[in-house]
Design a protein. Structure first.
Length: 154
């Protein structure tokens, strides 16, 4: 197995619905042993998670990693704040951009890159209601066109 093989464990579909993704970054994540086993089992939820920068370090909040049953003695809080591993230069760049009005740092996906667990985070700007409606209409139209082309008789 090559070192660059990527296996996606979880995606944050809600982030793509609620935000415009301006830029995305890859970050390592600091985990405990039983959390890694839960992630391997696919028991993770990114839905309501966000990132915060405190004293030059970046943390992910609200990332739910279910408790690993066989490691119940050492189980951690499923919603604990976890530190992300990024270069200081990238963190400071994100911090500067996050200070602008309307920008947030949101986890987009969690995946294995080789044997390492990585979290893709995005610098995001919130969508207004009319933007969400426009996206839904565009997706619906695209689906209708594909359906019509598929059912077309030659």
């Amino acid at each position: 197995m090559s070192n660059d093989s990527i296996k996606t464990v979880a995606k944050n579909k809600k982030a793509y619905h609620d935000y415009f993704i301006i830029e995305s970054y890859e970050a390592g994540i600091e985990l405990k042993g039983s959390e890694v086993k839960s992630i391997r089992a696919g028991r993770v939820n990114l839905k309501d998670s966000w990132c915060s920068i405190v004293k030059g370090e970046i943390f992910v909040n609200g990332l739910h990693i279910s408790v690993y049953e066989q490691g119940a003695m050492w189980c951690k809080d499923p919603l604990r704040v976890r530190k992300l591993l990024m270069h200081k230069k990238e963190i400071m760049k994100l911090f500067g951009q996050e200070q602008q009005q309307g920008y947030s740092i949101i986890p987009l996906s969690l995946y294995f890159k080789g044997s390492n667990i990585k979290l893709q985070i995005g610098l995001c700007k919130g969508k207004k209601l009319y933007d969400k409606r426009e996206d839904m209409a565009r997706k619906s139209a695209k689906r209708d066109i594909e359906r019509a082309l598929k059912n077309r008789q030659y």
